[in-house]
Design a protein around this ligand. Sequence first.
Ligand SMILES: Nc1ncnc2c1ncn2[C@@H]1O[C@H](COP(=O)(O)OP(=O)(O)O)[C@@H](O)[C@H]1O
Ligand SMILES: [Mg+2]
Ligand SMILES: [Zn+2]
Length: 458
Amino acid sequence: MAKLKTKWICQNCGYETAKYLGKCPDCGQWNTFVEEVVETNSNNQSKVVLNDTKPCLIDEIEVDKSIRFTTGIEEFDRVLGGGLVQGSIVLLAGDPGIGKSTILLQTGKSICKDGRKALYVSAEESASQVKLRAQRLGVKSNSLYIYSQTNFEAIKRQIEEIKPEILIIDSIQAVYSDEITSSPGSVSQIRECTNILMDIAKNKNITVVVIGHVTKEGNIAGPKVLEHMVDTVIYFEGDRYKSYRLLRCMKNRFGTTNEVGVFNMCDDGLHEISNPSEMFLNERTQNNTPGSVVIATNEGTRPLLIEIQALVGTTPYPSPRRVSNGIDYNRLLQILAVLEKRIGLNLSKQDVYVNVIGGLDIDEPAADLGVALAVATCARDVCVSPDTVIVGEIGLSGEIRAVNNLDKRIKEAEKLGFKNIIVPASNKIKQDEFKNIKIKEASRLIDAITACVSKQNN
Ligand SMILES: Nc1ncnc2c1ncn2[C@@H]1O[C@H](COP(=O)(O)OP(=O)(O)O)[C@@H](O)[C@H]1O
Ligand SMILES: [Mg+2]
Ligand SMILES: [Zn+2]
């Protein structure tokens, strides 16, 4: 028998080396390397059987309209780009306990509509545990099969037998194939199993949804390793101590990636929140607070109003701190630099903390002006009026740049009862179109600051 060959593989990102490393040179994580057996006989390489196709002229290709089916959860469908696509493979990743099993079980009723068969492989829980959850969620179906199994070969046999149209694997880290020597949950295992699932999805036209746990410790492989293999990657996020959850698309071969779905986790499962702005703003105090502003961001196709808070104070440390939650750190440094240079705000001895309420990550530049005003008003101990929303990107010379979808943002602010909105002058928005909100244009950062601060004085 040939000697077993091993490799050290980073369980976070899949980076391979011949010897142990403390820190992964690829993803920078520590202690993530695990020794895995490399199969020497080549028949363990993934055997994706290619159909014998020939190149053909683009005009002659027949398009079979990709068939989508609804999950029955509108927010989930939106994040997927309109529903699950037949024959595609979707990765649903998230922290343990965030609600991945819950959301997929909740889709059971809809995806099994018209007698469509679904096979839910529960590799972590027994069938009766799943049944108990289904009862709690009120899910009933006569074509949803629950199969409690961890062995991948057995799962494959059941796929042949039941011939489901939808296959759910909960979770990919808990299933293992006998054909791979590495331990369950290792990079080799989950890669190989996913490879076979891809093959099943494409060749048998089965829609596969794979659950992957985001792991902190290195002995179980994280979903990152799979991201490039699947068609769609969706992350389920949320604050462990709060009940709301966000569904965020990271990769989508069948739609856009910037959609976000918002849910509330209750005893009877996940409830969709169709107006998230209201939820994100409901803890805001109505009094004037220095350093608190409301911005209108764009999450996918939908505007979202969020509060940003800043805290600025004299530093007790040798070098001042900059802490940013929800805003890119470098973006914050850039905004602070513009404030110092163009407004003359001296922050060199001040700590600056910026926080986006609700645990959201905002990565669009339209939030710049809101961040700048939160910091500036806190530093000067004045307030932005609580009925004002702020939108705009800041350029390095202190100019305010246009943002996209401004109309939608203004409408959302108007709908939620805000009275004023500060917007980039270069967007050239017409006031006549909006009856209940006053539009204030600003072309430079200093104008925007004056627009809020002068309100203070009168
Ligand atoms: N009996 C229950 N009543 C209310 N909520 C529950 C109950 N059991 C679980 N939950 C909620 O469901 C969450 C677990 O969801 P689950 O779908 O199992 O997570 P995951 O599959 O992502 O690990 C828990 O964190 C909790 O918020
Ligand atoms: Mg689960
Ligand atoms: Zn790595």
